[in-house]
Design a binder for this molecule. Structure first.
Ligand SMILES: Nc1ncnc2c1ncn2[C@@H]1O[C@H](COP(=O)(O)OP(=O)(O)O)[C@@H](O)[C@H]1O
Ligand SMILES: Nc1ccn([C@@H]2O[C@H](COP(=O)(O)O)[C@@H](O)[C@H]2O)c(=O)n1
Length: 230
């Protein structure tokens, strides 16, 4: 259908703007957003949820994959970036990818290297699934992204517990040393957590306490997903 609106231009009162409205068909999809501070156990909870579900029915998108590409910067300069501030994430791309998935399209998900601290050249073709899980520290802090979620979950673990887990993980898996993890924690991770992540908890429908492994909460979320898949 065409809609023709008269334009209010200073130079030409008789001009017309033509707007074409296309119908976009959205696939039926359940989208879960899972947030929480670094080291609270988001990735672990998601893996536990997904583990016992049919592989081709559930897809996972990590906010970490959408760190902005910093390949134009020197390696040393990248290390100074505040990776806990929302500006470090390419939310426009993440939101656009979620919309494309809802339209039934396959996206090219970026690949991020924590060791190189930038995006790699390769991408991963990621098809839409009946259930999509989006996880990351800031996924409930962005209003546009948050609006796409049918269920919003916040995983909570105390800050001392999260720091211990993060230290162990970053040294083991992300190529960081003790000094780097602690400096980053004091200068970026803790202040950004207080400013952006903890306040986003108020948008959650479900809060999962995760100081200890919480199999009951994982079972509940899995049941919700299974109902959708039935
Ligand atoms: N409930 C838990 N109790 C103890 N260790 C945990 C728990 N959940 C996760 N971990 C460990 O803590 C580290 C960080 O967990 P991860 O799932 O990567 O957190 P996040 O994705 O929130 O940063 C990992 O080494 C993981 O094995
Ligand atoms: N190059 C980078 C990029 C990010 N980080 C840290 O990752 C944290 C988020 O990931 P989680 O899996 O822990 O949720 C975030 O707190 C960043 O500081 C990094 O260390 N290096």
């Amino acid at each position: 259908m065409d809609i023709i609106l008269p334009a209010k231009g200073p130079d030409d009162g008789s001009r017309y703007i033509q707007m074409f409205i296309f119908e976009v068909k959205l696939v039926r999809m359940l989208i879960l957003g899972i947030a929480g501070g670094t080291g609270c156990g988001k990735t672990t909870v998601v893996n536990q949820i997904v583990d016992q579900l049919p592989k081709n029915e559930v897809g996972v998108i990590s906010q970490d994959s959408y760190y902005k590409d910093l390949s134009h910067m020197e390696r040393k300069e990248r290390g100074k970036v505040n990776f806990d501030h929302p500006n470090s994430i390419d939310f426009d791309l993440l939101i656009s990818h979620m919309m494309q998935l809802r339209e039934g399209k396959t996206i090219q998900m970026p690949v991020y290297s924590f060791v190189e601290e930038t995006r790699l050249e390769e991408t991963i073709p990621t098809p839409p699934r009946k259930v999509m899980i989006v996880e990351g520290i800031l996924v409930l802090s962005n209003p546009k992204l948050r609006d796409l979620f049918d269920i919003k979950i916040f995983v909570h673990a105390d800050s001392d517990e999260r720091l211990i887990r993060r230290l162990q993980r970053d040294i083991r898996e992300r190529g960081h040393d003790l000094d780097k993890v602690l400096t980053r924690y004091q200068t970026a991770v803790k202040p950004m957590h207080e400013q952006f992540i903890e306040p986003s908890k108020e948008f959650a429908d479900i809060i999962i306490p995760n100081n200890h492994y919480n199999t009951v909460a994982v079972d509940i979320v899995r049941t919700i997903i299974n109902n959708k898949l039935a």
